[in-house]
Structure formats: C-alpha cells, structure tokens
Write a new protein. Structure first.
Lengths: 260, 413
C-alpha cells in the first residue's frame, strides 16, 4: 500500500465517506462486571477518584485517579488470559503484534434468536448459513456476534439467576471450528465475556476462552453499536493498553465503515 | 403528662435553618469517668475504697474521709427529687434556645446529691431513676427519669436532646444487600422512622430479601456503592439534606491473615469497602448532617457504625479483616470529633462473629443479625456511644481491659 492511500482514508474519515462507529461502553463504576464465586479473587471494580476539580486541590485543573481490573468495561482478552494460551509467544497485551490491532470483521446477526432465548448459542450450521449469504469468513478476520444485548438495562444485561448468568454466546464446536477451520483473529460479543453465561457447564468449560486463547487469538467483549455495522467490510481498531504482561485491558474499540 | 410529638411538617423554605449550638463542654479529666459510663449506658459514681462512701461530683479525694482512693463503680440509680428549678432565660445560647429548661437536685439513695436534667414527668418529692447521658457536646450529664413508665415518655423534649430516637426521623441504611442491613431496616421502621433509605450497590446483581424491601411504605431503595466516591456523592446530592440518622452497614468479611493469602487484592477490597467506603460516606453526608443538628424534630442526630470487636485486638484467623476494622474504629473517633459541633452522635456497635455466611465455619456463639438491629435501635433510643452486642464482644472487651497481652496470645489459636 502506498502512503497516498492512507491519506485518502484519512480524507474519507474526515469527509464522512468512511464512518467511525464507537463500539465502546463508557468505563464507569456502575457497569456490570463478571461475577465469580466470592471465594475466588475478584476483578477490582472501576473506581474514579477526583484529584482536583478547579478547586483548592488544584485550582486550574481537573483530573482523576482511576483503578480497575484488566477485565472491566468494554475490554480485550489476550491469549495469556487463559491457561490454554499461557505458553504461547507474544501472548500478552504488551507483546502482541501491533498489526493484530487492526483487522476486518464479519458480523453475524443473531439478535432475533437472542431475543427469544437468553441462552441462545451460536453453532456451526448457523455460521455456515451466514456464509451461504455473505461468503466464507476470511482468515484473520474478527467474528462479532450481534445479539443486541448491549441495549438492555444492566439487570437484564447481566441476567443473573440463582444458577448463574443466562446470556448468549458460542457453543464449543463453533469456537473450535472458527479458530481451526476459518483462522479468525478473534471473537467479539456484546455480553460480559466472549462465552455464554452458562459456558462453565460446557465441554470444555468456557470454549471461547479455551479455543481462542489456545490458538493465540483474541477476545473482545461488552461491545455495543454492532447494529451499525455491515455483515462484512467493517474494519476494527482494537488496541489495548500496553500493560506489562497484561492479560487484557479496557480499551476504545472503533469500527471503520464505508458509507458507500 | 407529655404530649406526643407530631410528625414534622415539610420545611419552610423561607426560613433559615438554625445552626446547632452546643452546651458547655469543659470537664475535668477525672469526670470523664462519667463520660465513659454514659457512652455505654452505665450509671457509675466514684466510691471511696477506704470508707465506702459514694461521691459526686467527680473529686480527687473522698469528702468523708479524705482518702484519695476514689474509683468509678456501677452505682444504684434510685434517688429522690429534692427540688426543681426552671431556667427561663438562660445566658447560654444552647439552653436559651431550648428554654424553659428544667433542672433539679436529686438526693441519691446511695448518698450524694446530684444536679440533674429533669424529665418533664419528674415531680418534687417523688422517687426518680438516674442515668448518665451524653449531651449535644458529647459530655456526660446526669438525667433524672420518673421511676415508672409514663405516657409518651420518650417524647420528652429534654430527653430527646440526649438521644437519637428514630421516631419520625429519616434513616439511611447504607447496605441493604446484607441480612444485617435488612434487619436494621425492619427494626428502624418498627421504631417509628419516617423513611428508611436503603442503599443497594450494583443493583444489577440480584440478592436475597430484595422482594421484601421493594414496594414497602416508607422504605426507599436507593443506589449506593459506598466504596465508589461518585456513587456516594450522587446519592448525597439527592437525599443528603434528609438523612437524620446514617447506619453504616457496610459488611465485607473475608478470612485469612497475612501469610496464607497471596497478594493484596483481597486486602485492597477490604480497605476499599470498609475504610474508603466510610470516608466516602462521611464526605458525602457528614457536612449536611453536622449543619442540620438543630433542624427541628427530625434534626440530624446520629451516625452508627457496626464494627467487629476484633478492631480492638487482632484475631489472626480473620487478621486482615480485623485490621480493616481497626482502621474504621480509628476513623470513627475522628468522625465523632468532627460531627461534635453539630451535636450529631457517632455510635459504634462492636460484635463478635455474626451468624452470616462468611463466619459459617466459626462455632457458636454467634450474633444474630436481628440482635444487631435491635441493639441499633435501643442504642439510638438510649443515646449511647459504645455498645457490645453478644457474648463474644462483651467478653473481648472485659479481657482487653484485664490484660491486652493475654488476649493477644489467646486469640492466636
């Protein structure tokens, strides 16, 4: 690619010919986090503490101290997050190749099924049906599962029952297949976690984490505005914070979408 | 005969809110023996170790035999009202605003004569029952009650100055997700609180007992994550001027000490919830409470903390938790001093292990959450500052007073 193509892209973004869609929730203390049994270590919630706000603590400036776990808000999962990816090279957010931070996306719309069934699971036949319509998923593409889950209120969004969370996600077969047969770069969801709410009971447990990270691929979760993306052709920019040996990080995820 | 107090009307926005005044503060160091007794709801007088005579006021030598061996001991409460006087135009601002104010001389059955504030139903020549109370300056004063029950006796104007009765007051229970919080809500409502605001953090997370709290008259669920600075500030922006009593029911119990834990993330959560949560609540609600200390019938009156008795001496099995509680105890003394100009009391309830999930493997005796809730109400009604709820807490207190080193060794089991 030559430099002037990049300038064309910049011009198209500026003119609106290429739309920039923000796929990120605001990082705030009230956003739901993953719920683990309380005897396990917990992700620190997002905290925002004022240092000063044009007051006696700092008369002309406003700033905050922030603390949060690596897996809070709209966030990125690196291969080192899961035991299956623990020995891979360059498996943390600080060592992963920067070029993996920009990649095209295939968006599979399952919002109708998810509206009917909170435990809806994406399967290989469903993806094959999508491919019949939109073409084979190219290698090194993100697959984003659109469920419209991000439009729910927080309680329905986390949808916790006394038997755990009930939120949609992929089944084990489709995750293995997407990683091994389609060579995807990563998998993204609107829900808390790349896996379904009940995925702890699957074989293997948490198949999205298991196969994605075992294959050196990435996860994105708590995405929003997936309904503004075309089935194919959007380009995702997802660059996590460069945390030393980090397993993931909250980040700003944007999609570039051609208006034509 | 006391007229029952009436539910307060809404505030007249044309009138300035009266600022709290304080009764006189100075006391001798010796007379803080009364302060200690009043804080715990005990009635203590000095007694001579040599001749056995009771003395009042606090002295350095026995008025009967001049021995210097005077010790504060629990004393019989019965006396007789010798005479009463009504101050109609006192020079002190606090009493002037509350005049007429009745005081009297009480001849104790055990000997001394005491100048006391009088309940309105005390009559000259009749027997009275004495107590020591903390006034709006936090200092001990003697208070005379009629010997028996009289109608509406808790509504007495002078008595209400000595207490923080929940009746007609608006209460914030900061954590309604816990059993203790929910029992506190029920007990405060039963005690006549007009509104109980119940804080619920992370409202997207369901919790046991939620249905009972919702849709009840006079109970309002509010979003409050005390450990989150903004959440506390946001709630105070809504209801900060309507919180007359704040009951801090933050509960974050995790087992373990130092060496059997890895890293600091649990300790950080403990500090986040208990200590920083306390600071956030104080900074969000404290100023308005201090300012509203004389705001009519439902003036702001009290702040309640529920603390582990292991704040006083570390229990290594819950060692890091004990430390977080010790930090909160220290902070409570700071808050007490800072709320003092508003006449707002800070009451600490100390408990041993509570009959809740995180103390599951701890053998009985454990404190029932309901007992804590009842203690909150009785402490507020009695105007107390320190309460030890349950056998374990009381025992720790006594052992600590007897020999702190022995207690330290014995908790290490």
């Amino acid at each position: 690619m030559q430099g002037n193509n990049l300038l064309e892209l910049a011009g198209a973004i500026s003119s609106g010919a290429v739309r920039v869609v923000d796929l990120t929730f605001t990082l705030s203390p009230d956003f739901p986090v993953i719920v683990l049994p309380p005897e396990f270590g917990q992700a620190a919630p997002v905290r925002i503490q004022e240092i000063s706000r044009y007051d006696g603590r700092g008369p002309a400036w406003y700033w905050n101290n922030i603390t949060f776990g690596e897996h809070t808000g709209t966030h990125f999962d690196a291969p080192i997050h899961w035991f299956t990816g623990k020995n891979l090279p360059n498996n943390a957010v600080d060592t992963m190749p920067a070029k993996d931070m920009i990649a095209p996306a295939c968006v599979i719309d399952c919002s109708a099924q998810a509206a009917q069934d909170p435990d809806f699971l994406l399967t290989v036949p469903l993806v094959e049906a999508w491919e019949a319509k939109h073409g084979r998923i190219p290698e090194r593409n993100w697959v984003l599962l659109r469920t419209d889950w991000s439009k729910k209120g927080w309680r329905d969004y986390s949808n916790l029952g006394d038997d755990g969370a009930h939120t949609p996600g992929p089944n084990p077969d489709v995750m293995k297949w997407l990683v091994e047969e389609r060579g995807i770069i990563g998998f993204g969801t609107e829900t808390i976690g790349t896996d379904a709410g009940q995925a702890g009971h699957f074989e293997p447990p948490y198949p999205a984490h298991h196969f994605l990270h075992g294959g050196g691929r990435y996860g994105l979760q708590c995405l929003c505005n997936l309904d503004q993306l075309p089935a194919t052709g959007a380009v995702i920019v997802a660059s996590p914070l460069k945390i030393q040996n980090g397993s993931g990080s909250p980040l700003r995820v944007i999609a570039l979408v051609s208006s034509t | 005969m006391i007229e029952p107090i009436k539910p307060p009307r809404r505030k007249n926005p044309l009138l300035r809110t009266r600022l709290p005044a304080s009764p006189p503060r100075p006391r001798s160091r010796t007379s803080h023996g009364f302060t200690r007794a009043a804080a715990e709801g005990r009635f203590m007088l000095q007694r001579c170790e040599a001749c056995g005579a009771f003395a009042y006021p606090a002295r350095e030598a026995c008025p009967s035999c001049l021995s210097s061996g005077l010790t504060f001991v629990d004393a019989p409460r019965r006396g007789m009202l010798l005479s009463e006087a009504t101050a109609r135009v006192p020079s002190d601002v606090y009493f002037r605003e509350r005049a007429p104010w009745r005081i009297g001389l009480v001849r104790m059955d055990c000997g001394p004569t005491i100048v006391a504030h009088l309940h309105a139903d005390c009559v000259e020549g009749a027997p009275v029952r004495m107590s020591l109370q903390l006034d709006k300056s936090g200092q001990a004063v003697a208070f005379a009650h009629p010997e028996g029950e009289t109608p509406n006796m808790a509504d007495d104007k002078q008595w209400r100055e000595m207490t923080a009765d929940p009746k007609f007051r608006r209460v914030l229970v900061t954590n309604g997700r816990s059993v203790i919080g929910q029992e506190a809500v029920a007990a405060l409502k039963a005690a006549g609180a007009r509104t109980v605001f119940v804080g619920v953090a992370e409202p997207w997370r369901p919790f046991a007992g939620e249905k009972l709290l919702r849709g009840q008259d006079g109970i309002e669920i509010v979003t409050l994550d005390a450990a989150d600075e903004k959440s506390a500030a946001d709630l105070a922006a809504d209801i900060g001027g309507k919180v007359d009593i704040l009951v801090n029911t933050t509960e974050y119990v995790r087992p373990g000490g130092l060496l059997d834990r890895r890293g600091t993330s649990i300790a950080r959560d403990e500090i986040d919830q208990a200590y920083l949560g306390f600071i956030n609540l104080a900074q969000a609600f404290g100023l308005a409470m201090r300012m509203r200390g004389a705001d009519g019938i439902n003036n702001s009156a009290a702040w309640v903390n529920i603390l582990s008795v292991y704040a006083l001496s570390n229990w290594p099995a819950f060692g890091a938790y004990s430390a977080s509680q010790a930090a909160c105890l220290s902070l409570s003394h700071c808050l007490r001093a800072e709320l003092r100009p508003g006449g707002v009391r800070v009451m600490n309830l100390f408990t041993g292990p509570v009959d809740t999930e995180w103390f599951q493997t701890v053998p009985p005796p454990k404190v029932a959450p309901r007992a804590i809730a009842q203690a909150i109400v009785s402490g507020l009604k009695g105007g107390l500052e320190e309460m030890y709820v349950g056998d374990v807490a009381e025992e720790i207190r006594q052992r600590l007073a007897a020999n702190p080193k022995a207690l330290e060794r014995e908790l290490d089991r």
